[in-house]
Design a protein around this ligand. Structure first.
Ligand code: PLP
Length: 481
């Protein structure tokens, strides 16, 4: 292959065959063909490829609203909004139009060298309007993981501008999830990820999570337990020395870790400790942001004020990749007034992603989707789940608010006794859901729901009744009734 392209005559690209054109319009391959090619060439994230290739993937070919269709023509209700991200639901033409128009107008331009463009300007102004008052500045990237990498860079730069160069440690939590880049994976508290990482980012340490059902001992109330877990932050700061601690990061509620909702005592105490020792407080809002709890941001639900927020997923409803970090005015000021910030990505503020994000946020706002989650569909979803699974023989607790919920599978719900092989039980239940055309995720022994925010009450009923069937079938298979 020659790199001297100027000597190569231009060759007209071959016209795609009629069959290939048709294949683009509709599904052309059989499920078996798709599976064979997938197994031959595609490595999936977070998967055991040997076993997946033996069983074969489900091929998802289209989607509309809260429904997916697979290559066998099965209609599946998506209880997870993709991966917690398709907040406005599938098939919204407004987002497709925004992308199409932007691709023709200006498909790409960078923002590194004294240039900017209308979509990133509009998005920044709109985010400043929608975010809490003190958040007026945004830095862009392509994912939540990159957002948290960016957080580390901002935190470090912030303390450098304050002359506090020893503030380097970041405290995070076990079973937190902050992405899968090296920094995101290190910040996260997933042991199985740490084990496979070649090295970790320095100066990141973890405290225990506020997981009452799984980890509370004795007769502590949820409030007392949450307070004790928050106070581990203070103990850790004192151990490391406040002069060495830069930030604490946490998801307002843990998503991938099992939809773990801390009791109301947790976040106010975390905030008090961060203020007391002059430590930045970072809320990873990648799942909680953009309406999931019925507030625009989950930290508003819990009533605290972070210094930085990480955004992704619902920012574009997953239609195109985009992440961002929002900076509180006091942090933004320090970054803006102190010279070069040496961080950026080729696609920071990508015009197509920004245009889609603007269209997405306008739908969430103008169709009052977030309001509906707060006042109508969210309370209904929570009530239906709690009523349906009250006194269920293998449901230990239901956590969540708005349109996110975690269902704890338990051997003995009243005694808070978990299954010895909880992960297996979760997988059994997940498979029953899958076969019943409901997407519900299992994290260990917790079943997770996080449907598109546009879901209506009939569709909520369908999710709840399908979940009930799957959980009943799981109990039956275990011989528990
Ligand atoms: C998904 C997620 C991330 C990582 O986002 P990616 O876009 O997958 O990199 C980070 N934080 C939280 C809380 C998440 O749920």
């Amino acid at each position: 292959m020659s790199y001297r392209t100027e000597e190569v005559a231009y060759v007209q690209p071959a016209q795609p065959a009629a069959s290939a054109l048709a294949a683009q319009a509709t599904q052309q391959r059989s499920t078996a063909e798709y599976r064979a090619l997938d197994a031959a060439h595609h490595i999936h994230p977070f998967s055991d490829m040997g076993s997946l290739n033996r069983s074969g993937s489900r091929v998802i070919v289209k989607a509309q609203g809260v429904y997916l269709w697979d290559s066998e023509g099965n209609k599946v209700i998506d209880g997870m909004a993709g991966l917690w991200c398709v907040n406005v639901g599938y098939g919204r033409e407004e987002l497709a139009d925004a992308a199409y128009k932007q691709m023709l107008e200006l498909p790409y331009y960078n923002t590194f060298f004294k240039t900017t463009h209308p979509p990133v300007i509009e998005l920044s102004a709109l985010l400043a309007e929608l975010a809490p008052e003190a958040f007026n500045h945004f830095f862009y990237c392509n994912s939540g993981s990159e957002g948290n990498d960016t957080v580390l860079r901002i935190v470090h730069q912030y303390w450098a501008t304050q002359g506090k160069h020893s503030k380097k440690f970041v405290i995070s939590r076990k079973n937190g999830y902050h992405g899968s880049t090296i920094a995101g994976g290190t910040l996260g508290g997933m042991g199985y990820m740490h084990e496979q990482m070649p090295s970790k980012v320095e100066n990141i340490v973890h405290i225990d999570q506020p997981y009452f059902f799984g980890e509370a001992q004795g007769n502590l109330t949820p409030e007392e337990f949450a307070l004790a877990r928050a106070q581990q932050l203070e103990a850790k700061i004192l151990e490391i020395g406040a002069d060495n601690v830069a930030a604490f990061i946490g998801e307002p509620f843990q998503g991938a870790g099992g939809v773990i909702f801390p009791a109301s005592t947790y976040w106010p105490e975390i905030q008090r400790i961060c203020r007391k020792y002059d430590i930045l407080l970072v809320a990873d809002e990648v799942i909680g942001g953009f309406g999931r709890t019925g507030e625009w941001f989950a930290h508003q639900h819990f009533g605290f004020e972070p210094d930085l927020i990480t955004l992704a997923k619902g920012l574009t409803s997953g239609y195109v990749p985009m992440g961002a970090v929002g900076l509180h005015d006091r942090v933004a000021k320090a970054i803006i007034e102190n010279g070069d910030f040496n961080h950026g990505l080729t696609y920071s503020g990508h015009p197509v992603a920004a245009a889609v994000a603007v269209a997405n946020l306008k739908l969430l706002r103008d169709e009052k989707i977030v309001d509906r989650v707060k006042n109508d569909t969210g309370p209904y979803f929570q009530k239906q789940l709690r009523e349906t699974f009250a006194n269920h023989p293998i449901i230990g607790e239901i956590s969540g608010t708005g349109l996110v919920a975690g269902l704890q599978l338990a051997q003995d719900p009243k005694a808070r006794k978990r299954f010895a092989n909880g992960g297996d039980v979760g997988t059994i239940c997940r498979d029953f859901c899958f076969n019943g055309n409901l997407i519900m995720r299992a994290t260990g022994d917790r079943m997770l729901l996080s449907p598109p925010l546009v879901i209506n009450k009939l569709e909520i009923d369908e999710i709840v009744s399908k979940a009930k069937k799957a959980i009943d079938a799981t109990a039956q298979q275990l011989g528990i009734s």
